[in-house]
Design a protein around this ligand. Sequence first.
Ligand code: HEM
Length: 444
Amino acid sequence: MALTPPLLTGARPLVGHAVEFGRDPESLLERGLTEHGGEPFQVKIFRRKWVVVLTPEDTRKFFRDKALSHRGAMPFFERMFMPEFFSMGPEDQYRRQRKLIEPLFNHAAVQTYLPTIEAETSAFIANLIETQGSEGEFDVNETFGPLILRIAAVAFMSPAVADDMDLDFFRKFRAFSEGMTFTPGWVPSARNRRSRRAGRELKAALRAMIRDRRENPRPEPDFIQTLASRRYDNDTVVEETVIECLLLVLAWAAHETTSAMLAWMLTDLLQHPDLLVRARSEAEQALGHPDPVARMPFLAACLNETENWHPISPVLLRKADADTTIRDYPIAAGTMVMTAPSMTHRLVEGLNDPDGYRPDRYLSEEAKAQRLTMNLQGFGAGTHRCLGKPVAQQEIPLIIAILLRELEMTLTTGAPRPVSGATGSKWPASPCRIAYRVRSQSAG
Ligand code: HEM
């Protein structure tokens, strides 16, 4: 049995591969893939070595091995939220906290968000027309972030809370996200400072709402009220700091990833006019029905294909809680392990063809038999698979369907590239601008 996976070449004294990783994690891992032909290998980020697993078989182990956990794998999350919060804490505490938010994601709950998604998307279009007229331009990152944050706030909290979330609130979320970095917390970087300040301010705003709900319960409870009044199964009160962080994680996880994937799916479609025509025709027939997304199989396949080519999380991280193995390699407790969905997708037969964006790959009978979507990892898999996936799967196609029905759109800044660097979320780099024209007027 080999002792440890080989170290990737090019590690520098003290920093290891940190500089290369910070500049472009995917190129670094791709280099590892070429150098080691799919075998696990290690990269060194500052003093820590990380085992990298990329093949579909190895990632099945990554996602499902109970010995590989979030605990200790993401020190930046513990800095942003709080130590031992959610999946970074002991298993029983994580289960208890997860149970508090699970009701938000069952089928019935998700259906109740659809009118909000439709209303907020229509309001977004109305606002574009009011401010710019029937023709104009918008940047996907500047506009989709606030739209998705507002939908999350209305759906998961209440319209009143959403009304308090102005652009400043949104900017704080973006600053808060900057804390997702491998740079150690003690490094006095501007990113770390901005993230800490934004986190403090966001938590203080949420704390004020929780206290208010506890002191003045609302006759028609919103989710903050529900959480503020909830008790754990053993009848103990849920701590204020936990509620604060749960609300923060919901708003943050919901808007950052969803707005990025929405931007990718729209820009993917705008670069494929033939697919755009099919998507628009499907949208026009499905909108207006009570369960519109169920009538949009083509748009759902486009979302799969966007997940295939643009997974939002560049890397996913685990730490071994106990000794385990990957292939023949012993993985001792304490070992850090990472994977990269964008790279694994390229290693799956059926997902990796050179023809690029091809949603039809999910629709043929053969593809259904191959169960290609089971190999997509943009929402993670196994123990920590994304809780919000059922929401995103309704929200993104629905917003795109409404945009396609109402607007003619063209990309004015060319094919977007992902933001550079080891960011937490890979959205299209700005500027990523879309010119629009209102369709009913253009038809007239
Ligand atoms: C396109 C949108 C989204 C993408 C691409 C996405 C991606 C992911 C990924 C990759 C993971 C797994 C992380 C890991 O394995 O370490 C994850 C977990 C999670 N996501 Fe999402 N997500 C999306 C939307 C949402 C939404 C809308 C919510 C909630 C409002 C949400 C809440 C969560 C939570 C709570 C977890 C942690 C689950 C656990 O560890 O138990 N996500 N997401």
